[in-house]
Design a protein around this ligand. Structure first.
Ligand code: CDV
Length: 318
């Protein structure tokens, strides 16, 4: 029996610093209701989907940083999302800033969760590729202090077996924003036979260290997700928090990519918007079983440098 999942890319427009969690959750619920009316089984929200993208500011006091974090999930405001999941029989991916106390130590992660149609958390991922910088750099028009405010994720790139659509469970993975630019992200999940990778992001149009890339931001966004999908024979759903947020323009360009690498649905605004696709999880097979039959064609012995070496080193001069 074919396995179909109708997935909604639930793009959010800007969330400003003064917006409350309750206001944001209201907007997310409106997208969930719309997704339900359109027959979705699963909706994907962006990275850090409950607040403004706070790493753009340098805060002196930790309490000002912690105000953007969720110490519980579900929490007082987000509980309504889990209730809606149950009531509408609609799963969701949500990105948020996670504050957890472990062995008496506060830990901060840039996290996403996968929630099933019964409102249960069935997967968690903590962002591994943290871009930006750790110290205040006043020359920038805005900061990108992810390396200061978050620890590197400690859960690897797990793949979860979960049921959202018709015909049986599928294999789902998660990544967050900058992760989507790295082929290793998709390949580690590809090696677990992933069938759909869910990715939320916040991508400023302007890249302070390399402004010459600004005009290519949509091209690069599509390039990496289309390549990741095709090279691993998987669906990829990339979802933005878009528009002019607290004075910084962020790209939209939320897309759903088929295992062929083709974009099959896309948002066209930079506001709250839903793009959706009915995804046949078994479309992955013709890629996983032929060109990208890993067991047959990969040559891991020739790739050792990928895990043994971190930075690029030119060969010695003769
Ligand atoms: N939130 C992000 O990870 N943003 C990065 C920016 C800084 C380049 C991205 O890769 O989109």
């Amino acid at each position: 029996m074919p396995r179909f999942v109708t997935v909604g890319a639930a793009q959010l427009g800007p969330i400003h610093r003064d917006d409350t969690r309750a206001q944001v959750v209201d907007r997310q619920l409106a997208l969930m209701h719309s997704a339900h009316r359109h027959g979705c089984d699963l909706v994907v929200f962006p990275e850090l989907a409950l607040t403004t993208f706070f790493p753009r500011w340098h805060f002196e006091r930790q309490q000002d940083v912690d105000a953007f974090f969720e110490p519980t999930m579900p929490g007082p405001d987000t509980a309504r999302l889990f209730e809606a999941a149950r009531k509408l029989s609609l799963g969701f991916y949500l990105g948020y800033a996670e504050l957890v106390v472990e062995e008496g130590r506060s830990r901060h992660f840039n996290t996403s969760i996968l929630v099933d149609k019964s409102g249960a958390i069935v997967g968690k991922y903590r962002k591994i590729h943290l871009p930006g910088h750790a110290e205040h750099e006043p020359w920038r028009r805005f900061q990108h202090l992810e390396k200061r405010y978050f620890e590197r994720g400690d859960l690897g790139f797990p793949v979860f077996r979960a049921s959202f659509g018709e015909g049986g469970p599928g294999l789902y993975g998660m990544a967050i924003c900058n992760d989507r630019r790295w082929p290793e992200t998709y390949r580690v999940m590809g090696l677990q036979a992933v069938e759909m990778v869910l990715i939320g992001y916040n991508t400023p149009v302007h890249n302070p260290p390399a402004p010459e890339h600004d005009a290519l931001s949509h091209f690069h966004n599509e390039l990496v997700m289309q390549a990741g999908a095709y090279q691993n024979g998987t669906w990829v759903v990339g979802v933005a928090k878009a528009g002019c947020e607290d004075g910084v323009d962020q790209i939209g360009n939320s897309i759903i990519v088929a295992p062929s690498g083709e974009i099959v649905a896309a948002c066209s605004t930079t506001g709250d918007e839903l793009a959706l696709a009915r995804c046949d999880l078994d479309l992955t097979r013709s890629f996983k079983n032929t060109t990208f039959n890993f067991a047959r064609h990969r040559e891991p012995d020739a790739y050792r440098m990928i895990v043994e070496r971190k930075g690029a080193e030119p060969p010695p001069e003769r």
